[in-house]
Ligand binder design. Structure first.
Ligand SMILES: CC(C)(COP(=O)(O)OP(=O)(O)OC[C@H]1O[C@@H](n2cnc3c(N)ncnc32)[C@H](O)[C@@H]1OP(=O)(O)O)[C@@H](O)C(=O)NCCC(=O)NCCS
Length: 141
């Protein structure tokens, strides 16, 4: 599968990105509620956005939020189901991290995808804490 990776938000069809995240169920709760305006603002305010394209179709995306100097957090790495298992997720992650090797990177895996991040060299954090503005099955009580 020939896949092109693009960096930045220029030329992104925001409705198509909304479709992508609706299918993969990411972007916190926003993808599920299909608020394309929020997705657009959130991505435009991100440090780095990477999209993956196959034959002109948006098939995956991810973003890095960062101060550019010390810390970064990876969010919303998603690939259309039909295109999974072909290295697209890995390609998005590698493109996001390229040039940001000096940053301390955090991320949270969705259930069942932990091995995807382990293969990319990420390790489980012993003392990570999170606070969500909504109920989440990811948080301990
Ligand atoms: C997680 C996700 C992005 C992976 O994308 P993908 O394109 O299928 O992943 P890749 O093909 O690049 O996989 C890279 C490697 O990770 C492995 N891998 C990917 N997902 C895995 C999983 N769930 N469990 C174990 N290994 C996995 C692949 O086998 C591959 O291994 P290899 O390098 O030894 O061949 C994709 O499954 C997805 O979009 N899931 C739904 C959204 C989601 O939950 N995203 C994670 C947000 S934190």
């Amino acid at each position: 599968m020939s896949v092109q990776y693009k960096t930045g938000t220029d030329g992104i069809d925001w409705e198509a990105l909304g479709d992508l995240y609706e299918e993969v169920g990411l972007v916190a709760q926003f993808g599920k509620k299909r608020d394309v305006g929020v997705i657009k603002d959130a991505f435009q305010n991100s440090w780095k956005v990477v999209t993956a394209w196959k034959e002109g179709k948006l098939v995956g995306a991810g973003r890095l939020i960062s101060d550019g100097l010390c810390y970064g957090t990876v969010y919303d790495v998603g690939v259309l189901e039909a295109c999974r298992g072909a290295g697209v997720g890995k390609g998005i992650m590698e493109a996001l991290l390229k040039g940001n090797e000096h940053l301390l990177i955090y991320l949270t895996s969705t259930f069942g995808n932990e091995a995807f991040y382990k293969k990319l060299g990420f390790k489980k954090h012993k003392t990570a804490y999170a606070k969500y503005p909504h109920v989440s099955e990811y948080l301990e009580q």
